[in-house]
Design a protein around this ligand. Structure first.
Ligand code: 13P
Ligand code: SF4
Length: 349
């Protein structure tokens, strides 16, 4: 009995050491880093999740905005919306656990319908995806007949079903530029719509962008003063923003791009200090993967992404609650699939 206890404790300690190695540079709170003690507390969960995952031939996809214990402790793949949509499409696992928000898990189910798709956070919303109905898009399309309609991936399955091409922050500018004609409908991010118009003008291929919807509650809070303060406090800082920020913010930054775009920018830059106008999960990923660099700035928190925890991920694997099981109406899914598949095609055109 005594030996068994010692063996179990050794396994937990080894797991905690593995986790601490991965999380060493990551802030757990504004004043604390992940300690071995913190990792000891979560090790029983990561051990159990990784065991159940194998037994059930499940794969865990985690968006970079979820917490670092999920991202580095149990996720098989971590990334932005586009990378995870590709992983979901190509997955041969029986079950896909999507640690993200509802529209992301719904997208996974739409493009790989034979799989069971589960989301630990249940119906975790997004201020963009929740902002617009399919009827609003239909009304817009009736008012502007013949104009191609792009929807941001942060939209419901019903909205995707009535658009032509889905886009993500990583491919939106290129796809918008490639679309025929000089007018475009883009929903549901009003700020990204303005950024598309500005970027296409910069590229010498201006288009009129017609939009409806709202904004991201995390990225819409940034103002030009945030950029100016970063430049004042950290001379030489590179300021990076997500295209969900306002054009007034974006035009003052050194780089504007998707979650993956920002990671690639940091990885290939010789600079040492980066100001990030985006969600704290991305800052945590950069801290984990670039311990030699400094990340500053007023990172935001997406409360919906943070609803995914180790505890509810384990619960999802053992006995998912109805709201954690992703289902999409078949007719809606068939139409939405065409829109998402069109994105994969236009991305490589
Ligand atoms: P990414 O595609 O860059 O991951 O963006 C998704 C998102 O919700 C950003 O707020
Ligand atoms: Fe939606 Fe904003 Fe959260 Fe991204 S950060 S999921 S856009 S609310």
């Amino acid at each position: 009995m005594m030996l068994e206890t010692v063996a179990k404790e050794t396994v937990v300690l080894q797991e905690a050491q593995r986790l601490q190695e991965l999380l060493r540079g990551v802030a757990k709170s504004p004043t604390q880093r992940w300690t071995l003690g913190d990792c000891m507390a979560i090790a029983p969960y990561t051990l159990a999740i990784n065991r159940f995952k194998k037994e059930q031939n499940a794969v865990i996809l985690a968006h970079s905005y979820t917490t670092p214990d999920l991202v580095y402790g149990v996720a098989d793949y971590r990334g932005d919306s586009y990378e995870l949509a590709l992983r979901a499409r190509d997955s041969s696992a029986d079950t896909i656990i999507f640690a993200g928000v509802w529209f992301m898990a719904q997208t996974a189910k739409i493009i790989n319908p034979a799989k069971q798709v589960l989301i630990p956070a249940g119906k975790a919303g997004c201020t963009l995806a929740d902002a617009l109905t399919a009827d609003q898009v239909r009304a817009l399309r009736e008012k502007h007949p013949g104009v191609p309609a792009l929807c941001y991936i942060n939209s419901s399955a019903e909205v995707k079903a009535v658009c032509d091409v889905c886009v993500t922050s990583g491919n939106v500018f290129d796809i918008a530029q490639k679309m025929p004609g000089n007018e475009l409908i883009f929903v549901p991010d009003l700020l990204m719509a303005e950024n598309i118009a500005a970027e296409l003008k910069r590229r010498g291929t201006p288009k009129k962008i017609i939009s409806d919807g709202s904004s991201c509650c995390v990225h819409d809070r940034y103002r030009p003063t945030h950029v100016e303060t970063l430049r004042r406090d950290y001379p030489g800082v590179r300021v990076l923003a997500h295209p969900e920020c306002s054009p007034e913010v974006c035009e003052r930054c050194d780089y504007v791009g998707s979650t993956k775009g920002m990671m690639d920018y940091v990885a290939s830059s010789a600079d040492k200090t980066f100001g990030l106008l985006t969600e704290v999960g991305l800052v945590n990923r950069l801290e984990a993967e670039h311990p030699d660099k400094q990340f500053v700035g007023p990172a935001g928190v997406c409360g919906n992404m943070k609803k995914n925890t180790l505890m509810n991920t384990l619960g999802t694997l053992i006995d998912p609650r109805p709201e954690q099981i992703v289902t999409v109406d078949k007719t809606v899914a068939a139409q939405a699939r065409k829109t998402i598949e069109a994105m994969f095609e236009w991305t490589t055109k």
